[in-house]
Design a protein around this ligand. Sequence first.
Ligand code: PLP
Length: 364
Amino acid sequence: MKFIPRLKSITPYVAGAPIAAVARRYGLDPKKVIKLASNESPLPPFPEVLEVITQKFNDLNRYPDSECRDLKAALAARYGVSTGELIVGNGSCELLIWLSLIMLEPGTEAVFSDPTFLVYEEVTRARGAAPVKVPLKDFANDLAALAAAVTGKTRIVFLTNPHNPTGSYLHYRDIAAFAARIPADCLLVLDEAYNEYVEEEDSQDGLKLRRERANVIVLRTFSKIYGLCGLRAGYGVCSPEVKEVVDKVRQPFNVNMLAQAAALTALGLDERLRERRALNRAGRRQLYDGLTGLGAGYVKTQSNFMLVDVSGLSVAADDVPEELMRRGVIVRPGRPLACPGYIRVSVGTEAENMMLLEKLAELK
Ligand SMILES: Cc1ncc(COP(=O)(O)O)c(C=O)c1O
């Protein structure tokens, strides 16, 4: 087969191992294995959402609404934008693909931090564009260095806030000053996949920045705090111009019917959202306290995951994920995320966090 040669430079994304596979590999009871590897919600979707999904089963002989009209109307009302400023994807990852399709080609560049969400590099390389990677500073996006890396060839700047894989958070007054330095013909992608977990007052100011600048797009998702990553729904708030061009490359029925119904229902349940945020806050605190008790360092997070320093344990840092998995706890190894000496763990339920701390204590 004659595949496009540039695809050779792409390393496929490696997702966190599923519970069933780990249980099989180590001869464990799957009910006693926990997954803290993929920044997922530890709780199932809201009960109201589950009810709506089951009601939709009988309609599955029909195509879903290709325009996601109801969901867009609800998002538009929530954010005070028009439906012409919204795009909805099969997870926000699909939006990253579209943005690469409309902005990148050979001879152009995309600027992003290193390390960051691995999909940015994947979609950039797939388009034959050059990735320009800028090291983090103190586990956070280095805005000055990112701005300095922008050239006449740059078409996209990807910026994650809170950052993945570190959980660090930048204030929007700093991001606004950064945005002012990005040329108008270059898209600034503010990836806010973890926005709903943020406990800072300015957490919604990315949308303000979007209103002020046509070249800003804010990405959010139902995968994280809403617990719907298994269904796939994410969205972008962008200028009408960006939406119009995205519609040229979008397949017509990209968001399935169950995902649209689930996202619409979940969006209306603010009290449940607040409960989930509070659970995450308590879980973060539990992990901070427990890790401090163990003498293990961590990076403070505004998200539902955190980096834990495992360099001081009795086993080599690179072996910690395997040792934890053997004990029924799946975490993300730090080295492939360019954070050697660390593991990345999702905040779980109280019992899951406790189990992680107990298993780490066994490796002391
Ligand atoms: C920074 C970041 N952006 C986007 C995504 C993708 O989310 P989705 O499930 O909406 O495709 C993730 C998922 O882990 C992420 O960490």
